[in-house]
Design a protein around this ligand. Structure first.
Ligand SMILES: O=C(O)C(=O)C[C@]1(C(=O)O)C=C[C@@H](O)C=C1
Length: 368
């Protein structure tokens, strides 16, 4: 037996043991499901997950392996959550757009096992979550080039029962998609959303393609599939190609390679978001009194306690002319705890006119 065969034999033995342990863990999770069905408790428990990760990572003797084990266990709990949600019937996630839209792609990466529901507007996504038709809503929050999605921020402000449960960054990569048999040589016309056409304009000009604008990238892909004409191609995502049976004629044709959209997952809050400190981000919504230095006083408290402010956004208060609210996102410092976060919030409460903890979450990756 050579080294590879030996190693694989060992991996097979370990996998067999882990399969049995996986089933055993999931049987315990099934009991958790019964408990949560009876009590209505939320599936996600940030404090418990942080404790499980810390306790078990400390058991790994090889220090170099610790971050990998942490990720492994984190995945195991993510699978456990997906299983619990499916068993509890709490696994519906809403998004705005059509299948293949960027929000839909973000949803699939975040909730690969969810039941999906498509909405026409961002407001409808909020309604679906608010009235319990969906447990989660996936919405764009900011784009690295185009900036804030202010309407979504305002919807957060006007829905006090809704929290940000998760946040993730999705790199936007545009591909040229054609029907099977199409090649770069057969294509004459390219259709897509104006923004995708603009992002890919260098490539389009180089090839001398004519362009035609479309409502959104996913619909453009669907149209190309329906036309079944090798002279017409769409600019959309690789995922969209899979959905509509198209093939990728050229990958990554957008010139702005670092274009990234930040998505949020919203949830109806049963309780205030659980703060655990280190590794988390806190999202705060507040208003400040009209007195000199009030905003600075709030920001000073954040800095003085070692929290790093990642961003601040200011928006007009709905229905109150020329008054503003602030959205602030802060990173909890290393070594900080839930109690430390609470102390900061208590201090801010005395400095701000109104203060709402909109979310306490980790920044997820959507990379596969
Ligand atoms: O302990 C719980 O409450 C669980 O639901 C189990 C579990 C896990 O798989 O370990 C899963 C989800 C929670 O976020 C925390 C832990």
């Amino acid at each position: 037996m050579d080294l590879l065969q030996q190693a694989r034999a060992e991996i097979d033995t370990v996998d067999a043991e882990m399969a049995a342990l996986f089933e055993r863990r999931m049987r315990a999770v099934a009991d958790v499901v019964r408990y949560k069905a009876e009590t209505g408790k939320p599936v996600f428990d940030a404090a418990r997950e942080a404790a499980v990760l810390d306790k078990n990572t400390a058991r790994i003797t090889d220090e170099a392996l610790r971050p990998y084990y942490r990720a492994f266990l984190s995945d195991a709990m993510s699978i456990s959550r997906a299983y619990q949600r499916a068993r509890l019937g709490r696994d519906t996630a809403a998004y705005q757009g059509v299948p293949g839209a960027w929000s839909h792609i973000a949803l699939r990466r975040l909730f690969p096992f969810a039941r999906e529901t498509a909405c026409t507007t961002w407001g409808e996504v909020f309604d679906a979550v608010q009235n319990g038709d969906a447990q989660f809503g996936v919405l764009p929050f900011e784009n690295s080039n185009a900036g804030d999605v202010s309407t979504v921020l305002d919807l957060l402000y006007t829905h006090p029962d809704i929290i940000i449960a998760r946040m993730c960054d999705l790199p936007i990569r545009q591909d040229l998609l054609g029907v099977p048999g199409a090649t770069l040589e057969t294509v004459r016309t390219v259709i897509s959303h104006p923004q995708a056409l603009a992002q890919s304009s260098v490539f389009v000009q180089q090839h001398g393609f004519k362009t035609s604008t479309w409502g959104n990238t996913a619909d453009a892909a669907r149209h190309v599939a329906e036309l079944n004409d090798p002279s017409v191609a769409a600019i959309a995502s690789a995922e969209t190609a899979g959905l509509y049976g198209l093939q990728i004629l050229s990958a990554g044709i957008n010139a702005d390679g670092d274009n990234t959209t930040r998505f949020i997952v919203i949830e109806r809050a049963a309780a205030a978001p659980a703060m655990t400190g280190e590794g988390q981000r806190l999202a705060l919504l507040f208003t400040a009194r009209h007195k000199p230095g009030q905003l600075a006083a709030a920001l000073d408290q954040i800095g003085a306690r070692g929290f790093n402010m990642e961003c601040i956004k200011s928006r007009p208060l709905p229905h109150v002319p020329f008054e503003y609210y602030f959205y602030v996102q802060i990173v909890c410092p290393a070594g900080s705890t839930g109690a430390g976060c609470q102390t900061l919030l208590d201090t801010l409460t005395s400095v701000c006119s109104t203060l709402r903890l909109l979310g306490a979450f980790t920044l997820d990756s959507t990379e596969k």
